[in-house]
Design a protein around this ligand. Sequence first.
Ligand SMILES: Nc1nc2c(ncn2[C@@H]2O[C@H](COP(=O)(O)OP(=O)(O)OP(=O)(O)O)[C@@H](O)[C@H]2O)c(=O)[nH]1
Ligand SMILES: [Mg+2]
Length: 451
Amino acid sequence: MSRHSDTIAALATPVGTAAIALLRVSGSDSVPLTLEIFGGSPLPRSARHADYRDRGGALLDDVLFTFFKGPGSYTGEDSLEISCHGNPFIAQKILEDLFARGCRAAEPGEFTQRAFLNGRMDLSQAEAVMDLIHARSERALAAANQQLRGALGRRLAGLTDGLLDVLARVEAYIDFPDEDLPPEDRALVAGQFAWILRETDRLLATSHYGELLRDGIKTVILGAPNAGKSSLLNRLVGHERALVSPEPGTTRDFIEERILLGPHGLRLIDTAGLNPSPAPLEKLGIEKTLERAEEADLFLLVLDATQPTPALPSSLSERIRGSPTVVVFNKSDLVAGALGATPLAGLPAVKVSALTGAGMDELAATIIGLADTFRQDFGDESVAINARHADALGRAREGLRAALAKLNDNGPVELLASDLRVTLNAMGEISGKIDNERMLDRLFAAFCIGK
Ligand SMILES: Nc1nc2c(ncn2[C@@H]2O[C@H](COP(=O)(O)OP(=O)(O)OP(=O)(O)O)[C@@H](O)[C@H]2O)c(=O)[nH]1
Ligand SMILES: [Mg+2]
């Protein structure tokens, strides 16, 4: 029996004590299994209450089972869901019984892989299932939902159609080696290329936003020793995560915590204070601060409002200038009146007290506003590609650029067509229209079992 036609079974919920556990079965034996275990012919999409007895007749649990008829099911095959009491021992006994009755243990992601192979979803939608499971912020959830509903797939289908049009036009001349593309076709093709390139660039530009949605916005808290960086982290996190003390140089190693701020997921990183004349151990800490700063998406530059504004190391001010940054004047409970000088002009500044919590709402609103600027505008749709899409689109863009160069140089039509095929193949990888067994195995292996 081929790997994709046997009947698979797996626990779809985490192992542990809970109200219920869900087991999933998919494949051609789903109907005979339902008959064998529960008796009676299964009614699609209708939950039934029944006793689950193993092959030896021992009662394991009373369960709820639902049969789904292929091809209108998640996997596209006949499948069965069994909800039992959420005891890992019961779930395991049922699973073992299903194996004894001929099911095979599903591999990670195999249900979704079957959904893809049976044409229930394209590859970008299958990946969106994974994003949906892991989404930890409203924005991540919205993007995953849109991708699951085919937002990215539709855009790529539009581009692929455009490319196929061009290819057909170009290939019509391949059989006539002496003929060049007539000027009107050339203009048409050039126009199509420009549009496809622009769209490809727009999609590629969402790659960073995609990373931020999936990993969280790396928000690095920087500042002089004792400015109140750790106190600020604790405020934002909502508990005493980092050590705070009146002694400068308290934080040596960086501390990372994930938080939700409005619709955004942030990875907050507290760092060692930037002391211009550090002790040896402090120096190591500062090196780490600079490393973190390199990969930051957003900065919170914390200043002690009771102190003169310190100068920043020049490499760091360069780095900060190029990124969304909030200047945070801390310890505002100790000073009355206006804000001090900011070390970098033009950055949004907020007065807070990490001690009393004053100004924290305004700080949060400012951070949320900056985080919103990462989103790439696609009208109502939220598109955020992942690293695999970015890789494929990068290759598609290379192919397009090469084709465009040949078009401009009046190069041979065959070569132009071959560049276009490179582009088409690369775009096809995103929706999975191009078969690539190894890529598929790797992609689905990253899923959890039962999904
Ligand atoms: N009055 C007042 N004191 C604060 C405020 N924020 C922090 N502090 C105090 O300032 C001192 C330093 O705070 P930390 O949060 O440890 O400062 P830090 O920037 O992490 O310091 P290092 O880790 O040493 O670089 C502590 O005694 C805090 O209680 C504030 O808003 N108001
Ligand atoms: Mg600290």
